[in-house]
Each structure stands twice: as C-alpha cells, then as structure tokens.
Design a protein around this ligand. Structure first.
Ligand SMILES: Nc1ncnc2c1ncn2[C@@H]1O[C@H](COP(=O)(O)OP(=O)(O)OP(=O)(O)O)[C@@H](O)[C@H]1O
Ligand SMILES: [Mg+2]
Length: 540
C-alpha cells in the first residue's frame, strides 16, 4: 500500500455488491485504493470515528438503517466525511437529489456502475471533500475571529460602561458643581450639583448657556472667565457669584480647557465649590483674632487714640511756647496750631476705624503710595525727633508700586515704628539717626524698613516685643507692635525686627504690590549698614 492510496470505507450489507465494488476498484488504472468494509451502519460509524478515511461509499438500504435516514445518521456522527451514496436501483433515484442536497457528494446506481465511473465519482467526491475541508477551515477561522472580536468588543464595552459608571459616580457624588461647556458656552454636561442648584434635570440644562440660568451681570463674569481659559489655553481660577434663595453665594471655580486629538480646545471644564461659608468663617476669625478680648480691645483703643492726643499736646505746648515769647512768633504758632488740627483729625479717623471694626464692615482699602505716607509721618514727627536731636532721613524707591490698603492703618504702623525708634535713641550717646527706606522686595512685594541707632532690642526678651502689653517703658502700653503686626498681616504682609549693626534695631515690613512692577531705583543716599548682609535677617 503506497502513500497515494485512497482509503475507502464501504458500508454495504450485501457481500456480492461489496465484492463487485472491490473488483471494480482493482481494475482502476493509475490509482490504488485501500478498501475497508462494514456491513452495518453502526459498525461504519464506529470505524469513521477512528479516522484515516478519505471517502465513504454508503448503501442506503442496510439491515440497521434504510433510506435517507442512513445518510442523516452517518452525517450526524461524522459531518465532514465525503460520502458517495450508492443506490440499490433506478427507483431510488428520486432520493438521489435529496441525498446530494443533504450533503452527499455524488450518487451511484447499482448495476449501472463500471470501474471508471466508480473511480471518477470517488475522485470527484475527494476533490469536493478537499474543497469543503478548506472552506470549513476558512469558516472555522472566520468564526474564531468573529468570536475573538466579539469577546474584545464585549470587554471594551464593559470597560467603557465601568469607566462611565465611575465617572458618573465621581461627578454626581461630588459636592462641587461640575460642568463642561462648548466654545459657544453651551452646557455639554452638568452634574447633580447643577441639578440641585437650578432645580432642573441635566437633560434640560444641557444645551443652555449661563445666560439662561443667571442674571446678566453674573453670567457676563462667568462667560468672561470661560473665554479667558479658551484664549490662554491655561487652567484658571475664578471667583464667581451665584444668587440663591438665601442671597449671593461665592464660588471658587477651577477652569481648564479640554482639547481634541490635535490639541485644539473644544470645551471648558469647570469645577466650582461654594466658599460662602468658609469666607464668612474666615472673616469672623480675622475679626476675632484682631479683637480677641475686651481687655485687649480697650488697650488697643487707648493706645491708638493716645498717640494723636500726645502729638496734639506736644504741638499745643509748642504753640503756647511760641505765643508766650516776649515777641510772640505767630507764624510758628499758627503752624503748631494747624498740626493740632491734623492730630485731632487723625484721632477722629481712628475712632471712625474702630467703629467700623465693631460694625464688622470691610476696611477702607484704596491704592496707597507708601512713600507719601512716609513723608507725611516724617513731617508729623519731625519736631518730636528734633527734640531729642535725632536725625530722620529717607531712602525711597522712585518707582515704588502702590499697595492696596487702609491709609490710616498704614500711617499708624509707620508712626508706631518711628515713635519706638525715637524712644530707643532718646538716651543714647552718639549719632541718633532714624532711616526709613522703601524698596521693591522679592515676589512683587514692597519692602519698608525703619532703622535706628538706638538701644537695640531688650536683651533676653527680644521674642516678646510683639506680645500684647509687653513694654519696657514707664508709660508705654505695649500694644504698638502688636497692633502694627496685625495690621500688616491683615494686609497680606509680614512685620519683623532685626538687629541694625553696629547699633540699634531695624524693623521691616512687606506688603503685596498692587500689580505694578518696579525697578529697584532708590533716591537719596544709601548706607552700607542698611543694605549690609545682616540688614534683613529677622530676629523676631
Ligand atoms: N526700635 C526699638 N528699639 C529697641 N526696642 C524696641 C524698639 N521698638 C520696640 N522696642 C521694644 O519693644 C517694646 C514693645 O513695643 P511697643 O511699641 O509694642 O510698645 P511700647 O512702645 O512699649 O508702648 P507704646 O507703643 O504703647 O508706647 C518696647 O517697650 C521696647 O522694649
Ligand atoms: Mg511703641
């Protein structure tokens, strides 16, 4: 038996017919066959199960099965085996078409078959079988691919569903208001926060703009900051106001651009948090820390009013001195009197501020030129300094940016610091010099310093000078520095003290500049001591 042998299984109950087929196969030229023979269908099916067969020759009329049923049972057991149906006679030809329709490759009619017809039919069946096998292979591969693809799609769909679920969960469980708006400002997505606030469901909000939800003035601000995000392509933070049943609420909104595949912004995503309550608490806290107890408040009041009154008394004394001369100097007396008027006004201003403090109203913030305040204070304290032979000089940056602040409070700070310096120098031998400098500090801050050549900070107690009521003076209240520090801090700045080598103290404070940049141009004369390496090193 060669490798080219065609393996046939003949299922035929008639030994005569089987013998005939065997003979016909033996006559075939150029081809060799190996024939196995079973008499019943069930034996045939059993043999097919162990494989190695190329074609089955099947008699439809067997002892254990007849008619088309024979073919059906065989194909059910072995769907892909090429089968040539052998019919018992012409009368059976009717079912031949049906047999072919149901998967038989060909049919032969006993008595009308010769060797060449049989061989041709077998070869034809074989060929069809190979084609079918190839087709079946392709189909199986296709089915596998479809199956894999479907599994991938199912997985991808599930991942998408999960991530949508997750995103929805984050969006809706957030206490913030989250939205996505297109380039025209129409809502593409809103979370439950929006639904709650505007008493509407997200479907009805999508497609609307902020102008459909808020009064024009507020909507304009929201739209402007959205546009700012789109124009700059940057993440921005904006404070927005939203009217609600209990009044205006303040929101802090973080806005970022969403970009398409090419990096072009196509929407703005906003996450806004209601900070109304936080702001109120902060204001209360600031107020509470400024007025922490009634005792402190009265001390602070006494201190603040004491200074202009003391100045008025000083000026009144000098006025009297000018008038009680043998030849009264009316010009000097008038000047002293007008300084008294100024002092009175200052005291009035202070009382006004304290009243405001009680009423919990906002401070009067305006753009303030600190150089101007320094010059005013210099004029005001000139005679006080002269009395103790102290020399006041200034080094003021020419282009000092303005700061946003309360003019009277900032005057108060400078006055406190300058009065302290004069006090510190009163009993000192040697040169008594009070230097006030203004300059541009780091990080858009304005830096002011008040330096003296006085006694220096009280030894061992330097860390106490900013405490309320700490004083080393007989008539001091010990509130000056405490109040000054809280004023500077409420303006967003810092106040500290440092040594002023070789002698004295240097007080410095910073305040945020109001957005104008400046070159550190300084007018007046500079001294090495004031700019030396230790000049700004804080001690307290
Ligand atoms: N320039 C300075 N040089 C040395 N010590 C100072 C200087 N400024 C303040 N101090 C010290 O810090 C203390 C507290 O100052 P603060 O201005 O708070 O109160 P005070 O000056 O004592 O009293 P008041 O300001 O009510 O007149 C002073 O008593 C003093 O010991
Ligand atoms: Mg003081």
């Amino acid at each position: 038996m060669g490798s080219q042998d065609i393996h046939l299984l003949l299922i035929e109950d008639n030994p005569g017919d089987a013998g005939l087929i065997r003979e016909m196969l033996a006559e075939a030229k150029g081809m060799s066959f190996e024939l196995e023979w079973t008499e019943t269908l069930s034996e045939g099916i059993e043999r097919l199960a162990s494989g190695g067969l190329d074609v089955v020759l099947l008699d439809l009329a067997l002892t254990d099965s007849t008619g088309l049923d024979t073919l059906r049972r065989l194909r059910a057991a072995s769907p892909w085996a090429p089968v040539v149906v052998v019919l018992s006679g012409l009368s059976d030809e009717e079912i031949s078409f049906q047999a072919v329709q149901e998967g038989a490759q060909d049919y032969l009619i006993k008595g009308q078959v010769d060797s060449s017809l049989l061989v041709r039919s077998i070869r034809y069946a074989l060929e069809r079988g190979h084609e079918q096998e190839a087709l079946r292979g392709a189909q199986v591969e296709l089915e596998n691919r479809v199956r894999e693809r479907t599994a991938d799609l199912v997985k991808a769909n599930e991942a998408l569903r999960n991530s949508q679920h997750l995103l929805q969960g984050i969006l809706n469980n957030s206490t913030a208001m989250i939205s996505v708006k297109d380039l025209q400002g129409r809502y593409m997505l809103v979370n439950h926060g929006y639904e709650r606030l505007f008493h509407a469901n997200s479907e009805s909000l999508v497609g609307k703009t902020v102008y459909d939800l808020l009064p024009r003035e507020h909507a304009d601000r929201v739209r402007a900051s959205d546009q700012g995000v789109l124009d700059s392509g940057n993440v921005l933070e904006a404070e927005e106001l939203i009217p609600q049943d209990d009044g205006l609420h303040t929101y802090i909104a973080i806005k970022s651009p969403l970009r398409d595949g090419e990096g072009k912004p196509y929407a703005v995503c906003g996450i806004a948090t209601d900070i109304t309550e936080r702001k109120r608490l902060q204001a209360d806290l600031t107020r509470a820390s400024r007025v922490s107890s009634m005792g402190e408040l009265s001390a602070s009041l006494a201190h603040e009013i004491n200074q202009p009154i003391a100045a008025a008394v000083t000026n009144a004394n000098s006025c009297l001195r000018w008038l009680s001369r043998d030849e009264p100097d009316l010009v000097e007396a008038r000047e002293a009197a007008s300084r008294i008027v100024q002092d009175g006004r200052r005291a009035g201003e202070i009382i006004k501020r304290v009243r405001l403090l009680f009423k919990n109203d906002a401070l009067q913030r305006e753009l303030v030129d600190l150089n101007e305040i320094i010059r005013e204070m210099m004029l005001l304290l000139h005679s006080e300094a002269a009395q103790f032979a102290a020399f006041i000089r200034t080094e003021l940056a020419a282009d000092l940016p303005q700061v946003m602040g309360d003019r009277v409070q900032l005057q108060q700070v400078l006055m406190n610091l300058m009065m302290n310096s004069i006090d510190a120098m009163k009993d000192m031998d040697g040169r008594r010099e009070l230097t006030i400098q203004s300059q541009c500090g780091e990080d858009s801050q304005v830096l002011i310093s008040v330096s003296d050549t006085g006694v220096g900070l009280p030894p061992e107690q330097a860390d106490k000078i900013f405490d309320a009521f700490f004083t080393t003076k007989t008539h001091g209240t010990g509130m000056g520095l405490r109040i000054s520090r809280s004023i500077i801090e409420s303006h967003g700045g810092r106040l500290w003290a440092a040594d002023n080598p070789p002698r004295g103290t240097r007080f410095c404070f910073t305040l945020p500049a109001s957005g104008v940049t400046c070159d550190a141009v300084v007018s007046g004369d500079r001294t090495e001591a004031a700019h030396g390496p230790h000049a700004n090193k804080p001690v307290v």
